[in-house]
Design a protein around this ligand. Sequence first.
Ligand code: FES
Length: 351
Amino acid sequence: MSTHTEKTVDDYKAFDTDELDTFQPTRKVTLKTFRFNAETDYLPYYKKYEMEVGKDELVLDLLNRIKWEHDGSFSYRRSCRHGICGACGIKVNGKATLACKQNAMELIKLFGDELLIEPQSKKRAVKDMIIDKKDFWDKHAAVTPYVVRDVPARPEHETQMSPKQEHMFLDADLCIQCGACHYSCPALEANPEYFGPAALTAAYRFSIDPRDEFSNERLKTVGEMGQGVWDCVKCFECTEACPKDINPMEKITKLHNMQFERGVAVSNVATRHAEGFLRGMKKYGYLDEADIVTYSEGYLGMYKHLGAAIKMMRSGKIHWHSGIPFIDSVPKIKNLDEVQKLIQISQTNKL
Ligand code: FES
């Protein structure tokens, strides 16, 4: 077992890199490293390597030193060393890390003098840090990740884009396909059919592209239950993991809206659930928990949630009569008309 100190994401964010200046210039560190060769090993194992780590070294430098100074068979992917190619994604103490971008001393400060070096997905390991990313690339290909448009063989001028249209990409075009978000996504771990945040970010990037003529078909694909945007659990793990600060969850939320705006949303439990939020806000200015369940799942479906409903009643979150159909018993907020006006002004989706 690792002896590293558990830290939260907030601790990590609060860490000021200026602290490195007062930190001792080198630290003796143990790298507890995942080792596995699918061709020769039945099971993976961990091997420890000790080294003095300098304050300017990157995690990729440590991987290089394992290979160059300790064991030439140690394997990992890297190419550009500039955070561009996306090859060097690994996990350090469970944290998604782009090895060529991450300062090692920052992680030592955060986790202590033993770092746990693992591949992005242990079950996909082929050799040490190298994993089989077939599922990642298959899902990427499934969202048609390119502009589809009939253009003349010899166009007379380039396709112009306004700054406003360019802004709509929201940096989705900066994705380097490192897999950090994909292999940090718990929804994908639970449901292998789910496209995952990286493929959905690509789907957004090309669906918002003003040159693309395939966006409605693409939106239908990513709107399908079981594989698409409605299977995101909004846990923000992808956003925490992304080394390029792209915020994949924001793109997934945009795709939710685009389903309605482009008129491709089909009525299902997820789309009705999304609509249900607005129904309550329009009517009462409050979230109507009971109505969301009956509206999205039907009266028969709501019996599945009877246990949760009783707990919510006990804690005062819903009132016993608000769960009964046709009884308009939820209290209304004071300035309901203002809320209704705001909804009217800002609503782009049609219920
Ligand atoms: S080596 Fe290219 S992103 Fe790290």
